[in-house]
Design a protein around this ligand. Structure first.
Ligand SMILES: C[S@@+](CC[C@H](N)C(=O)[O-])C[C@H]1O[C@@H](n2cnc3c(N)ncnc32)[C@H](O)[C@@H]1O
Length: 195
């Protein structure tokens, strides 16, 4: 089962008009999460200093027979404040102090699976998509801004993804084979130090 229970169809990937915003219009928010999905990583999913974006707005109910899930289904709500495409962010240069970038990391996932509902899937052109995503995240960061990048390398190695941005992460956490999730922290390069 993979029913879209409510709301509009998934948004087109590019050229999403800003008027498709439904959440609070926080023009002074310092933090951007451009692909926030179900906001599961956030401790405060309504944090007033954050703009939560995504390219889709939908509610999905999928089959899930994992242990402890008596109902046999699970529902996820993707409710961004604003529909956006991380490849063409609708914000001016230098608008945010912190960007949290957690794009889809799966190329292969059952179209009706819980994983696909939760994380989305990469397109065949994922290298170009992520290259543009990184470039856009750095563009909207202030000169002293920080990028936190999350990646799970079960299907694509983190080194392949890091090759898509000219900037190197400062430090991060790698959780090894068991989990494969990496948290990597970047800072927009200091113009005074480069060249
Ligand atoms: C790994 S999930 C994010 C999970 C989220 N960090 C959480 O805590 O629940 C990736 C999200 O990126 C979204 N996405 C995929 N392509 C996108 C694009 N071009 N622009 C914006 N969001 C995109 C997907 O819809 C999906 O919700």
């Amino acid at each position: 089962m993979h029913d879209i229970e409510q709301s509009e169809p998934a948004a087109p990937a590019v050229g999403i008009p800003v008027e498709q915003s439904v959440g609070p219009q926080r023009t002074d928010a310092r933090v951007l999460d451009p692909c926030s999905g179900g906001r599961m990583m956030w401790f405060d999913r309504q944090h007033p200093d954050v703009i939560f974006g995504d390219c889709r707005r939908e509610t999905l109910t999928v089959t899930d027979n994992s242990r402890g899930n008596a109902s046999g289904t699970r529902t996820i709500r993707i409710e961004p404040d604003t529909l956006m495409d991380f490849r063409a962010l609708p914000y001016p240069d230098g608008a945010f102090k912190l960007v949290a970038f957690d794009p889809p990391h799966l190329v292969h996932a059952g179209p009706r699976s819980w994983l696909a509902a939760k994380y989305g899937r990469l397109s065949d052109d994922w290298r170009e998509d992520l290259r543009q995503g990184f470039a856009e995240c750095f563009r909207v960061l202030a000169s002293d801004g920080v990028l936190v990048f999350k990646w799970n390398e079960t299907q694509i190695k983190v080194r392949e993804v890091l090759a898509l941005t000219p900037h190197a992460p400062l430090f991060g956490h790698t959780s090894g084979k068991a989990s494969g999730t990496h948290w990597l922290v970047f800072m927009r390069p200091n113009a005074r130090l480069s060249g």
